[in-house]
Design a protein around this ligand. Sequence first.
Ligand SMILES: Nc1ncnc2c1ncn2[C@@H]1O[C@H](COP(=O)(O)OP(=O)(O)OP(=O)(O)O)[C@@H](O)[C@H]1O
Ligand SMILES: [Mg+2]
Length: 507
Amino acid sequence: MEGESLTEVWSRFAGLMFIWGTIQQLFPYALRKRIESLWHRMENYFFPYVQITIDELSNGKSNEIYSQVNTYLGSKSVDKDAKFLKVEKSKESKSFAVSLDEGEEITDEFQGAKLSWRSHKETLSDDTTGHRSRRNNSAPMEKKRYTITFNKRHKEIVTGKYLKHVMEEGKAIQFQNRKQKIYSNNCSEDWYWSGKGMWRDINFEHPATFDTLAMDPKKKGEIINDLVAFSKGKDYYSKVGKAWKRGYLLYGPPGTGKSTMIAAIANFLNYDIYDLELTSVKDNSGLKKLLMETTSKSIIVIEDIDCSIDLTGKRKKKKKKEKETTSEDKEEDSDNEKEKEDEKKDTGKLTLSGLLNFIDGIWSACGQERIIIFTTNHKDKLDPALIRRGRMDMHIEMSYCRYEAFKVLAKNYLNLETHPLFQQIQGLLEEVDMSPCDVAENLMLKNASGGPQICLDNLIQALKEAKMKANKDSKQDKDKAKKNSKKIKKLSSKLFRSYGSVQKLFK
Ligand SMILES: Nc1ncnc2c1ncn2[C@@H]1O[C@H](COP(=O)(O)OP(=O)(O)OP(=O)(O)O)[C@@H](O)[C@H]1O
Ligand SMILES: [Mg+2]
């Protein structure tokens, strides 16, 4: 048997078994039984192998395990020195995928078990199928499968752990290789139907990354660490009994990079984005349906949550009521009626409590590994219940551009790490509030002849103008405040005088 692969030995053995099965029919029953038991003992001694077959189709439908095995073996084949490989690329994948060609065999090892994989393809003739086996009257039908052969003593490892490992690895590679998508529940005609009912999708190709995102490097590092811990936290979340999801609140003035940060997170984790437009959601049950149609490893985004919809603090009222001690029955009855009326009005509406349930109610755990991100320009306008820790676990302030953030932009836009003008810019950025969006606009090379120097000069000019404007505005504010305080003084002395005369009258 030396030099032969496990699969070859298996085929030879299967042939022998077939011949033996035919011959043994010629012997009398008692003799046959004795030979059979002897044969089994010999078989266990000389051929202690098991073979598992994984077909491409199962009950006429594609077999998910086959596709995962195919991907897994393709990735293994590159370092395993396989000779005959196939390369395929689908519309849905980013790059091509390698797989084993028919008849090719590779070996694998797992927890001490040696395994031998082989790819097979059979072309089914009309005779084998008993009916026409050609699709569209042209290509003959093919039956593809993989076989895996291993020693009997490793049966438990292979069926219990190894196959699970192969499926998980295959799935992870397929996930990495897929094209990222952005889904919307409110979109124009050129979006595709996602196959997920209420969502439509389009390929997500935003170039933002954490490298190109301008912000304080320490803060950036904290966010990256948090994301890594989250994405690797499957066991941790299940240990502490928490749904595997995390909420981020991004807040700050316009143009400070909130939307850019979402794109950077999606690219960092290779997640899909569900851009949820609350104004297009009819009611709470519509929101629940949308949630149920999202997949794991995704980011659900609600931008400008403060302006999305009037999420009035109904819960607050309820809470307040719970605290009140209701001594008078009449008052309580009328309160209850009012509450019922309110509830009636709320059915068929999207409410704050509907949104809270969406984020962390029982239904929110219908998928795993999900991130929810809210963005806002006005954090103070949001209901505290909506952004409390546990719902929005991390509150991230996106602020005006300071020197550290500027250095990232200068590197991205002008490929500059230092420049004599940097010092002047640093001083100005400490005094002036300018968004990274506006700084970036000044650093853009507007024409081919312009160099970095021109861009930096433009930025300095813009910063000086912004500083002057800010000074002017603050002077105007001060003047206004002075005028107002003068007016108040005059008014109060008038009041004081009239109070004195009234007092005199009554004396
Ligand atoms: N921190 C940043 N790093 C890199 N680029 C940025 C940053 N902030 C803004 N920009 C640039 O400015 C543009 C606008 O930024 P973005 O849309 O992310 O801002 P925003 O905070 O979401 O604004 P809004 O509150 O108006 O939605 C982006 O296209 C990006 O190129
Ligand atoms: Mg934005």
